[in-house]
Design a protein around this ligand. Structure first.
Ligand code: SF4
Length: 703
């Protein structure tokens, strides 16, 4: 009898494509796009299509382990969990709740995330839980909250197809959000009059689709969007009625933007051709249906939140938001960065979009949880958290589903921090990672295909990830492990029997004491039976009644602030925190390649994915290579004030003079001296805490 196909969701990028997975009699897995999934309509990119080649147990962590006399030895769950619960309890008793921390991940399912946040904020009583989503979209979160009063993406993927103009800012969607890019490509083929503008210092694969490419100087986006705001205001493109009824603060924003009123001066600041800049301004002004989508090129900056608000300001001025084919749109990096935001996985959020600094909301969450305490101030954001570990202020850290020794900026500092930490607990699916090397307790987790729960994609769509493979070895779901540790620490409220029970509590919390002041609502998903949860179709929140999601928000001009109005944010442009100089003359930009995901623990298993880019490289302009004394095809040492790595020199990535590009994926397990995170400056955006991955001064020398 043929095996049944299981409908699930891809575990990689924030597009959140639907996948059908069919275990085969020979033990392999057949994977195809799910034509019924509204986010992807049957499409899969090469990474999603290769999922079946990545589910074997090579390299998996299958047994708990604890470190004794410097060596890890296998053990059972009882001893491992006793070590975790006992260690956390002792350190909290001796040093207080802020002496422990969780560092979690946008790879986790919403249910895992929910339990982690509940344990830390409501029962341990500290907000020291942060997530690697801090590294990819926290600037968008902060920008949304400043503009809209809540962290909300107003539109949906269909808007990209309906738009007359799609502006992609700091986004190589062709490689990083491929099936969404394919939707834009198909829409443009059907309506050739549709225009696409790509704003990116690099000439990426995405530029192939563009009618116009603005290769702006790295870090100058705020000059560009202030210039656009000033241009829109004087060109008659503003919507005065919308601005008057639905917004606040335009005068202050325009006053600051007046410094960017001269397009020629803006073009000079952004180092782009003034004619191209004006062409973009005119296109934006004359196109009613505009989607401006932004990703890590905007977020990963010491001015990331300002860049997000600079973009949103232009949409508010023209009233182009919340209606079909228009709006600002944050392209989320990870598969469940959005779900993590919903449950409060960031150190400065509470749960269900409630705020730590609002006493009534703190009280609501505490009473709903029946928690003995509740965190009352923001916890440490990712970069600060690992600084606190190195300084001994945080003495125990539990890292779940992420690899900070590779992925954080100044990654050698993270190494030093973990080396000094009293208790390092790591939950992972992989046996050998750069972070596992520092674990005192290693806990085996379930991987994609084995775990069960939900994720939320970039368009607010909640989809099920379904289990279709048996749990291997002793691996367990993260939520189960978190609940058991909580119970061993003496906390009630963690006797969940299933992911379904956790989701139900999460949905009920969204409606708890919510008289309409928060738009994140899952009322229609509360009280689902186990069967309804198992059969849940992808749905966009808010979900106020059963089966009814919300395609777009703000269409009625009502935003999440108490007065219902959106806010313009005055943006004072500022350059990246660290300028290039004589010793470090090149600006390092980091990012993804098409066929790999994060630190390659899954995609690295599929040979056809590794063939695309087989080793780490530094892409640079031929004249910069000449000036640096390196040649294409040779190994080079790339150094910054924080660290160094070795990579092979290549040209041809469309990089401008003065910049270099290095991919993020390689790590100490795949190639020695290949962690680009070791070079990245640990500067963060003062509002969001997101690191400046797109601009670190470096030099390149012969190896
Ligand atoms: Fe997976 Fe993203 Fe590719 Fe879709 S586009 S298949 S979600 S990696």
């Amino acid at each position: 009898m043929p095996a049944l196909a299981v409908r699930t969701t891809c575990p990689y990028c924030g597009v959140g494509c639907g996948v059908t997975a069919t275990p085969q009699p020979d033990g392999t897995l057949a994977v195809a796009g799910d034509a019924a999934h509204p986010a992807s309509l049957g499409r899969l990119c090469v990474k999603g299509a290769a999922l079946g080649e990545t589910v074997d147990l090579r390299g998996r962590l299958l047994q708990p382990a604890i470190r004794e006399q410097g060596e890890l030895r296998d053990t059972d769950w009882d001893e491992a969990l006793g070590r975790v619960a006992g260690g956390f309890r002792r350190i909290i008793d001796e040093h207080g709740p802020d002496a422990v921390a969780l560092y979690v991940s946008g790879q986790m399912l919403t249910e895992d995330y929910y339990v982690a946040n509940k344990l830390m904020k409501g029962f341990i009583g500290s907000a020291n839980i942060d997530t690697n989503s801090r590294l990819c979209m926290s600037s968008s979160v902060a920008g949304h909250k400043r503009a809209f009063g809540e962290d909300i993406v107003p539109g949906c993927y269909e808007d990209f197809e309906l738009a007359d103009l799609v502006v992609l800012v700091g986004s190589n969607a062709a490689w990083c959000h491929p099936t969404l890019y394919q939707r834009i490509l198909a829409a443009k083929a059907e309506r050739p009059q549709m225009k696409v503008v790509v704003i990116d210092p690099r000439r990426t694969a995405t530029v192939e689709l563009a009618d116009l490419h603005l290769p702006l100087k790295p870090g100058t986006d705020t000059w560009l969007f202030n210039g656009l705001l000033a241009y829109l205001a004087r060109s008659g493109a503003a919507d005065p009625g919308f601005v008057e009824r639905h917004t606040d603060g335009l005068d202050a924003a325009l006053k600051v933007a007046a410094d960017c009123a001269d397009p020629v001066a803006v073009a000079r600041a952004c180092r782009v051709d003034p004619a191209l800049l004006l062409e973009f301004f005119e296109l934006f002004a004359s196109s009613e249906k505009v989607v401006t989508a932004y990703s890590q090129g905007v977020n990963q900056s010491s001015a990331g939140t300002d860049k997000v608000n600079g973009i949103i300001n232009c949409h508010l001025l023209t009233g182009r938001i919340g209606r079909p084919g228009m709006g600002p749109f944050s392209l989320t990096g990870q598969p469940n960065a959005m779900g993590g935001r919903e449950v409060g996985g960031l150190a400065n959020m509470l749960a269900a979009h409630m705020d730590l600094d609002k006493p009534a909301q703190r009280d609501a969450v505490q009473s709903f949880w029946g928690a003995p305490r509740i965190a009352s101030k923001p916890g440490l954001k990712a970069v600060d958290l690992f600084r606190a570990v190195e300084e001994g202020r945080v003495k125990a850290v539990w890292i779940i589903a992420t690899n900070p020794v590779v992925s954080l900026p100044d990654a050698d500092q993270v190494r030093r921090a973990l080396d000094r930490c009293e208790l390092v607990v790591v939950s992972d699916v992989v046996a050998n990672t750069d972070t596992n090397d520092f674990a005192d307790v290693l806990l085996p987790a379930l991987a994609w295909g084995e775990k069960d729960g939900t994720v939320t994609n970039s368009e607010r769509r909640i989809s099920r990830q379904r289990a279709f493979l048996p749990a291997p070895g002793a691996a367990r779901a993260d939520w189960q492990v978190l609940c058991e540790v909580a119970q061993r620490m003496g906390f009630d409220g963690f006797d969940f029997a299933s992911a379904h029970a956790i989701f139900d509590e999460h949905a009920r919390l969204s409606a708890w004491r919510n008289e309409g002041e928060r738009m994140f609502r899952l009322d229609g998903l509360a009280g689902m039976s186990r069967r309804e949860y198992d059969e849940l179709e992808p749905v966009q929140w808010p979900v106020m009644s059963k089966g009814e999601g919300s395609t777009r928000l703000f269409g009625d001009g009502r935003f999440a602030y108490a007065d219902g109005k959106a806010r313009f944010v005055p943006i004072v442009p500022r350059a990246p925190a660290n300028a290039t100089d004589q010793d470090y003359p090149l600006a390092l930009n980091t990012g993804r390649v098409r066929d790999q995901w994060h630190t390659m623990t899954r995609t690295g298993k599929a040979p056809r994915l590794s063939n695309h880019v087989p080793e780490p490289f530094v892409d640079m302009h031929p004249q910069d290579a000449l000036a640096s004394g390196v040649r294409e095809g040779e190994l080079a040492r790339v150094s910054s004030r924080w660290g160094e790595m070795v990579a092979r020199v290549q040209h041809g990535g469309g990089i401008a003079r003065g910049s270099v590009f290095v991919p993020i994926h390689w790590n100490g397990q795949t190639a020695s001296h290949a962690r680009v995170g070791a070079l990245v400056n640990p500067v963060v955006d003062p509002v969001s805490g997101e690191p400046e991955f797109k601009h670190t001064p470096v030099c390149v020398q012969p190896f």
